[in-house]
Design a protein. Structure first.
Length: 360
């Protein structure tokens, strides 16, 4: 029984000591700080005020500091707002400095804190890409994007967009489109963006051949036959005076205009590719060269013909496309193949890689 009384007595003393310790009063400076914001969420500027009188009174009433020391302590306090000008509704982070000589351990709390501001307005979150249509123009890798902003929202409809227009794209590539805004300026007007860029994947598109191996022989041979027919047809056209066109000799204008082409032979097919791909110029040339015997009944000669076809490409479905429209306007003729080759093929060799596809 004595042991039980002794135990209860010790427990009572311990509880009293614990209660006195726990009742030790302290002051958190943040409880006397007020934060008022101006502007929109995320881009607000805040002003911080400290109720100095109330804080000093609390320090004195709780006997943490004397009245005079409490006043001196309060006057020494410096409050700083972190990242002011970019404050959100969630809170402003306040750091504090004060004369350390007045701070008693665990009695005055001047630790950094977050205080929810008053007066900050909610902004508008903008989805700049929900109604942006991205279309492709051109042939890979010379592809341009056509950006169409179809938004009916007054603000979004005025937004403009950009991308790296100098880049070269092929199927499977990603292109990043950016909305042209100054986030800081727009944020201060109350507009924040869900995202300022979006990536798009280039799908199946037409592409220029990357070498002669990609030139479909059946299409090449069909085009060769079409070119050969043009030589026959244009020579037979009595308005063309083919012998005059070949020689540039006006005497042939006085000769018979009834002419024929025979022994038409393919001299060679040449494929020219850009060495350094650039926007604004032709990516490739396909040249068909022929020789033919031209006669007007009283005289004859051998003439040479070179057809120049620009920018052949492979369609998105994998078919080689050669521009064979208006073939009668796409050839040159002369008395020397070497001269024609030099003028139209060799002349481009500094910027284009010349490959012979077929021929003698």
């Amino acid at each position: 029984m004595k042991n039980r009384r002794y135990f209860l007595c010790v427990l009572a003393v311990f509880t009293l000591i614990f209660a006195v310790g726990c009742s030790k009063k302290h002051v958190a400076v943040k409880d006397y700080v007020k934060v008022v914001g101006e502007g929109y969420d995320g881009y607000a500027t805040v002003t911080v005020s400290l109720d100095k009188d109330a804080l000093a009174a609390a320090l004195a009433d709780k006997k943490i500091l004397s009245k005079s020391d409490a006043k001196k302590f309060v006057e020494s306090l410096e409050l700083t707002v972190k990242d002011n000008g970019h404050i959100s509704n969630k809170g402003a982070v306040i750091s504090m400095k004060a004369d350390e000589s007045y701070i008693k351990k665990n009695r005055i709390d001047i630790s950094e804190c977050s205080i929810k501001p008053e007066g900050i307005k909610d902004g508008i979150t903008v989805d700049a890409f929900s109604e942006l249509t991205v279309k492709l123009e051109g042939i890979s890798p010379k592809v341009h994007l056509v950006l169409e902003n179809a938004s009916e929202n007054e603000y979004v409809s005025k937004l403009t967009y950009k991308y790296d227009s100098e880049a070269m794209f092929k199927a499977g590539d990603e292109v990043e489109v950016f909305v042209e805004v100054n986030e800081e300026e727009e944020g201060r007007k109350g507009y924040t963006f869900k995202q300022i860029s979006q990536k798009y994947v280039i799908g199946d598109i037409s592409a220029y051949p990357e070498g002669t191996a990609e030139l479909d022989k059946a299409v090449i041979d069909k085009t060769a036959s079409l070119c050969k027919d043009v030589i026959s047809d244009d020579t037979a056209d009595t308005t063309k005076h083919m012998m005059w066109r070949i020689t540039d000799n006006p005497e042939y204008l006085l000769s018979s205009s009834v002419e024929t082409a025979s022994a038409i032979e393919l001299v060679g097919i040449y494929f020219l590719q850009e060495k350094n791909i650039k926007y604004g110029r032709d990516n490739n040339y396909l040249y068909y060269a022929y020789s033919a015997d031209i006669s007007n009944g009283s005289s004859g000669m051998k003439g040479y013909f070179v057809f120049e076809l620009k920018n052949v490409y492979i369609s998105a479905t994998g078919e080689l496309v050669v521009p064979t429209n208006n073939l009668k306007e796409k050839y040159f003729c002369g008395e020397s193949f070497e001269e024609l080759y030099g003028l139209y093929i060799e002349e481009k060799s500094s910027e284009y890689l010349v490959s012979k596809v077929s021929g003698k």
